[in-house]
Design a protein around this ligand. Structure first.
Ligand SMILES: *[C@@H]1O[C@H](CO)[C@@H](O)[C@H](O)[C@H]1NC(C)=O
Ligand SMILES: *[C@@H]1O[C@H](CO)[C@@H](O)[C@H](O)[C@H]1NC(C)=O
Ligand SMILES: *[C@@H]1O[C@H](CO)[C@@H](O)[C@H](O)[C@H]1NC(C)=O
Ligand SMILES: *[C@@H]1O[C@H](CO)[C@@H](O)[C@H](O)[C@H]1NC(C)=O
Length: 334
């Protein structure tokens, strides 16, 4: 893949809506990717569009929301949808590539909750476009064979979060841990069933000042990662970094890299309706099986780390690999 997989980034459009995205906080993966593909150091870039296997539409949905929608006067998605449509119109008139494949070798990448809505106004135009999305909700039109799930990562200001191993398994004194806001219905059920009720299942809303969030994850065997306002949560990557086995609590969520990673071996996945049985389910996992999962979590950490420029087997390579797998299915008629 490394030798042949090359991306052409269209040059049309001006920042900040095009060619630039958020580099920190929860949507940062969007800006980091745009920035990587805009930098001449990236290992993925094609020198000429004729060498490219895929074409990138360098549009930041987050920056459209920030610059076009602020102050929030309305929540209509029409302006967002039209900006993307106009961009596709522009490049499909100027170059032969979009028409050649009907967009099937083109991709758009975003971590914003609204990103899936981009394509809903013009379903024919977007029929084949590959959408790389954090919000990989199959009930909202995410198609696992065409689209690519993107991990959500909260990148602190001024640094790329690095995986640290956390405590060895025998020093993990917390059985299961969660801290976070009451966002969305999965969280409400989690709080109702478990907040302040059980010493093994430690569910907090905002964490007391005396406790340290990442240290608590490093001291936990299981880290709960319920969906919030959307399916993805940065906790999945945070718990992998902390060497804590993620317990993914979601419905209709397609997990990142599931083409190559077997999530059953590195996590526990439960549906929202099973939240009341959480303790029973986790206590039902034998120590041997737990240790096997935890060992594999440590093994896959490198696939969730971001390097700039990207390095083999890191997160950006994994996303590119997911794109490559989808692109292999495509035969272009000359
Ligand atoms: C691509 O197709 C559109 C719609 O059919 C057409 O208007 C446009 O000129 C075509 N682009 C090129 C480069 O031929
Ligand atoms: C929280 O713990 C992490 C290590 O687990 C440490 O790097 C960080 O400095 C701690 N933060 C605070 C505010 O103590
Ligand atoms: C997934 O999409 C469905 C349909 O739009 C929605 O009802 C559900 O709330 C979404 N899931 C999350 C966690 O946002
Ligand atoms: C994933 O791992 C589980 C547990 O080891 C196994 O039962 C399952 O067959 C694997 N799935 C695939 C697709 O390999």
């Amino acid at each position: 893949m490394k030798k042949r997989f090359r991306v052409w980034v269209y040059k049309e459009g001006e920042p900040p809506i095009f060619h630039r995205g958020p580099m920190n906080d929860i949507y940062s993966i969007e800006g980091q990717f745009i920035d990587e593909l805009e930098s001449d150091k990236s290992p993925f870039l094609a020198k000429h569009p004729n060498q490219a296997l895929v074409f990138f539409l360098p549009i930041s949905v987050v920056n459209i929301i920030v610059y076009v929608y602020r102050p929030y006067t309305n929540y209509s998605r029409a302006r967002l949808q039209n900006i993307v449509k106009d961009y596709i119109d522009l490049v499909s008139h100027r170059y032969p590539y979009w028409n050649r494949s009907q967009g099937a070798d083109h991709f758009l990448l975003s971590c914003h909750d609204w990103a899936p809505d981009v394509s809903s106004a013009y379903p024919r135009l977007f029929k084949h476009l590959i959408r790389v999305l954090c919000n990989a909700n199959t009930s909202e039109g995410f198609q696992p064979l065409r689209d690519v799930p993107l991990p959500e990562i909260k990148i602190p200001y001024g640094k790329l979060g690095q995986a640290h191993m956390g405590q060895p398994h025998n020093k993990r004194s917390i059985f299961a841990f969660f801290a976070g806001g009451d966002h969305g219905y999965a969280r409400s059920i989690l709080f109702r069933c478990w907040k302040g009720k059980d010493k093994d299942i430690q569910v907090h809303d905002y964490l007391p000042k005396t406790l340290n969030y990442s240290a608590s994850m490093s001291q936990s065997m299981y880290c709960l990662c319920p969906s919030g306002y959307e399916v993805a949560s940065p906790r999945v990557v945070e718990s992998i970094y902390a060497g804590c086995v993620p317990v993914i609590i979601s419905d209709d969520y397609v997990l990142p890299f599931s083409d190559v990673l077997n999530w059953t071996q590195i996590s526990v996945h439960i549906t929202i309706s099973k939240i009341p049985c959480l303790k029973e389910i986790l206590k039902g996992i034998s120590m041997k099986d737990y240790l096997e999962k935890q060992r594999r979590v440590i093994q896959v950490q490198r696939h969730f780390v971001i390097h700039r420029p990207a390095k083999p087997y890191d997160l950006m390579y994994m996303v590119m690999h997911s794109l490559w797998l989808r692109r292999l299915n495509l035969r272009l008629t000359p």
